[in-house]
Design a protein around this ligand. Structure first.
Ligand code: NAI
Length: 339
């Protein structure tokens, strides 16, 4: 079956890691027609807007996108395209697996947990204003609808992936109304899943527990900002941002992207680690039903790590394209994954 998928190479290291990832996907034999789109500053230059209708329309019609990182200016300039995109397509669940890979030096080689981040509201609502000069307000929006929806997603995800426990992460001791509502919705949903253990942790304690005893966690569900921060913390536990994949899932579509950003400090040098995007692409292949291709990709990626081939961020010397070549070499030849 031929699939049509939106491809957003993105900024910084984005084009390098998406090119490497697309080459490996194609080597699995899966048949994809890529619709390439631009967002952010590139789109601003070409179309006069950062989130052009042509890109949104493409994603609405293909329902699946593989996306590189998009740069967001700090403290000024346009608002986050990533946040805007997730809201425009109502991609409410950001699923970020945290799993160590073989031969990667890290604090927790056995770690295997999943962060489920609410993707549409919280402090990322972007509602900010100047009250009087020198005083600004940023509004944190928490709704019963979105909190219940993400809690249910987390429990369903836990059940369907054979996981045993879901932990809600919050700060309801201080933000009694907003995080209080999030926790209340979580506890209400938990009652429908007696087969899954449910508990909760205050975010600051949770950070410490993640660093000291992360094996106690299985699935963690939280609002937007906490999810953003804890994802990077967890990436650090397994060897860094180059290894942390993600999927943004909604009722109408899904966008697969790495946790990391555009890494301007190493962009254009051909040394970025494409693993996080590749792991996201494997999630994507499973999402579109190409399980055999996903399996081939994953096995070849693991074999590459097992053979000690790594990019520079992990202490190796493989360049982005060489790393992709090593994976392709480990995909069984003559394989035509799908029909
Ligand atoms: P970053 O994630 O781009 O980089 C942080 C550090 O990790 C840098 O030292 C970088 O070199 C390294 N790193 C990240 N990914 C890597 C990879 N694949 N291989 C090797 N090293 C890697 O975070 P930063 O610098 O805070 O953000 C840069 C830009 O990315 C900002 O404009 C930010 O808004 C944007 N961003 C976009 C995201 C998205 O599109 N989903 C997510 C996070 C940030």
């Amino acid at each position: 079956m031929k699939h049509t998928i939106t491809l957003i190479p993105g900024d910084g290291i984005g084009p390098e890691i998406t090119a490497a990832t697309v080459r490996v996907i194609e080597a699995t034999g899966v048949d994809i027609n890529w619709e390439t789109q631009i967002l952010g500053s590139q789109a601003l230059e070409k179309y006069g807007e950062t989130l052009p209708a042509t890109a949104i329309d493409s994603m609405r019609s293909t329902k699946v996108a593989l996306k590189g990182p998009i740069m967001t200016p700090v403290g000024k300039g346009f608002t986050s395209v990533n946040v805007g995109l997730r809201r425009a397509l109502d991609l409410y669940a950001n699923v970020r697996p945290v799993k160590a890979l073989p031969n990667v030096e890290c604090r927790y080689p056995e770690l295997d947990l999943v962060i489920v981040r609410e993707n549409t509201e919280g402090l990322y609502s972007g509602i900010e204003h100047v009250v009087v000069p020198g005083v600004v307000e940023s509004l944190k929006v928490i709704t019963e609808k979105a909190s219940t929806r993400i809690a249910r997603y987390a429990f369903e995800f836990a059940r369907s992936s054979g996981r045993k426990k879901v932990t809600a992460v919050h700060k309801a001791n201080i933000m009694k109304l907003s995080d209080g509502l999030f926790l209340e919705c979580f506890n209400a949903v938990a009652k429908d899943y007696p087969d899954i253990e449910a508990d909760d942790k205050i975010i600051d304690n949770c950070c410490m527990q993640l660093v000291m005893r992360p094996e106690q966690f299985d699935v963690l569900v939280m609002e937007n900002l906490y999810g953003d921060i804890l994802s990077d913390l967890c990436a650090g536990l397994i060897g860094g941002l180059g290894l942390a994949p993600g999927a943004n899932i909604g009722e109408l579509g899904a966008v697969f992207e790495a946790v990391h950003g555009s890494a301007p400090d190493i962009a254009g040098q051909g040394i970025a680690n494409p693993t996080a995007l590749m792991l996201s692409a494997i999630q994507m292949l499973r999402h579109i039903g190409e399980n055999e291709a996903a399996q081939k990709f994953e096995a070849a990626l693991l074999a590459t790590f097992n053979d000690g081939i790594k990019t520079r961020d992990l202490g190796g010397d493989a360049r982005t394209a060489e790393f992709a070549n090593a994976i392709i070499d480990r995909i069984p030849s003559g394989a035509t994954a799908t029909v």
